[in-house]
Design a protein around this ligand. Structure first.
Ligand SMILES: NC(=O)C1=CN([C@@H]2O[C@H](COP(=O)(O)OP(=O)(O)OC[C@H]3O[C@@H](n4cnc5c(N)ncnc54)[C@H](O)[C@@H]3O)[C@@H](O)[C@H]2O)C=CC1
Ligand SMILES: O=C(O)CCC(=O)C(=O)O
Length: 389
């Protein structure tokens, strides 16, 4: 029977075409889905259907997904690291110029001009002094979060002649290698805020980053500084932001997340969550997300999950494969292999990986695994989900 995949946003056809029609039924209205394929649609406060085996986020941020709830059910949640990083970097670069050259207000002024050529020329010459900006070389950019996007932003800012400070207590080895050695690594957030002319945010929205930039951070910043937020709205405390703007503690705010309070405010530019909206990024994300689902559903392989460990086991020939999610507690593999031995089933190969409180086990078994044995394995205390592939 084909796997059933429900899409919750418009997902690029390039990705969907990797889920062939003979093996997959895909669409917005698919019932009892085996997997959900989502972009920014929120899955919070929605019942989780028992049929769901996996969730893929075609994008980076997973704050729209109740990961802890899926973890409890043994359901891996995937994302597509780096797949839209270039698109976001390019919009952030645009954001630097929007802020430095007052482009949005200046364009609005030009748009409002009326009259003949001579009149307009006069108005242009009289008005343009209101939009005088600054140049980027020699200015300092503070990058908070040096992951896929932050690294790209930091590196490109160097090529624009900026001095770059980077702050990320959890930077990965892979991203540290990709970061130019000319980026100054700062270990104190306040120091970055004090020294930067422009600060740009590239951290995920999680409990620890909600309101990361609030009243005391605005106080630490230069009053001439600009804040760019292409990460998530709530990372900046909105009342504190408004206060800082009104008190002249912040020159401007450029973000990808309009809100009723921010819209139409002077010195605030809001874009409609456009960071990843390029054909290239949409295709990259969709392709990667579709592949992650396909590998998991067809082989039990886990790659780029945000809650489960990576796991891949080449399939031993002529075997039945058990894919088991369980709590990371002692004797899970022992209990599973004892049950198989009692059923006189031989294990051809086995993989057990853990991540935090969760573990994942793949067992290739010689011969058929009967339904009642699968039910017995599901019944082991600590087994969160189990299926035969
Ligand atoms: N505007 C848009 O359309 C898009 C927005 N995003 C947002 O950007 C975020 C980052 O994306 P990626 O760079 O791809 O993710 P990533 O996972 O590669 O990098 C995030 C980095 O933030 C760091 N970090 C976490 N907490 C931190 C803290 N308190 N202080 C400093 N660093 C911290 C992590 O160690 C990690 O290196 C996403 O989670 C998403 O919310 C991502 C793509 C598109
Ligand atoms: O899918 C989108 O357009 C949003 C992308 C995004 O915010 C992300 O990848 O975190």
């Amino acid at each position: 029977m084909p796997f059933r995949i429900r899409t919750l946003n418009a997902i690029s056809q390039v990705g969907l075409s990797r889920l062939p029609g003979d093996k997959y039924t895909v669409g917005h209205d698919v019932t009892s889905p085996d997997a959900l394929l989502v972009r920014s649609a929120s899955l919070h406060n929605q019942p989780i259907e028992p049929s769901v085996l996996a969730v893929a986020r075609a994008g980076a941020g997973t704050n729209n997904i109740p990961i802890a709830e899926f973890s409890k059910l043994g359901v891996p949640v995937f994302n597509t690291p780096g797949a839209n990083a270039n698109a976001v970097k390019e919009l952030v670069v645009a954001g630097l110029f929007l802020a430095a050259r007052n482009i949005v207000d200046a364009a609005a002024f030009a748009h409002r001009l009326e009259g003949d050529h001579a009149t307009m020329d006069k108005l242009v010459e009289a008005g343009k002094k209101n939009y005088v900006g600054f140049e980027l070389p020699g200015r300092t950019l503070g990058v908070i979060g040096l992951g896929a996007i932050g690294v790209e932003v930091a590196n490109v800012a160097l090529s624009l002649g900026m001095n770059v400070l980077g702050y990320d207590p959890g930077i990965t080895v892979q991203h540290a290698w990709a970061l130019s050695s000319q980026v100054e690594h700062v270990t104190d957030l306040d120091e970055l805020l004090k020294r930067s002319d422009i600060v740009t945010l590239h951290v995920p929205l999680v409990a620890g980053t909600k309101g990361l930039i609030g009243a005391s951070q605005f106080q630490a910043m230069k009053s001439s500084a600009v804040l760019l937020n292409f990460a998530r709205g709530p990372i900046v405390d909105e009342p504190a932001l408004i206060e800082a703007l009104e008190a002249g503690q912040l020159r401007g705010y450029v973000c990808d997340f309009p809100t009723p309070t921010l819209n139409k405010r002077p010195r605030v530019v809001t874009l409609p969550h456009l960071g990843a909206s390029t054909n290239e990024a949409e295709e990259n994300c969709a392709r990667m997300a579709a592949d992650e689902l396909r590998w998991y559903l067809e082989e039990g392989t886990i790659q780029n999950s945000v809650n489960f460990p990576d796991a891949r086991l080449s399939r031993a020939e002529g075997t039945s494969r058990l894919s088991i999610s369980n709590s990371n507690v002692p004797n899970m593999v022992g209990q599973i292999s004892t049950m198989l031995a009692e059923a006189r089933l031989n294990i051809a190969d086995l993989l057990n990986k853990s991540r935090g409180d969760l573990a994942y086990t793949l067992v290739d078994v010689e011969g058929e695994v009967p339904d009642d044995l699968l039910a017995k394995i599901k019944g082991i205390e600590g087994v969160l989900s189990a299926r035969l592939i």
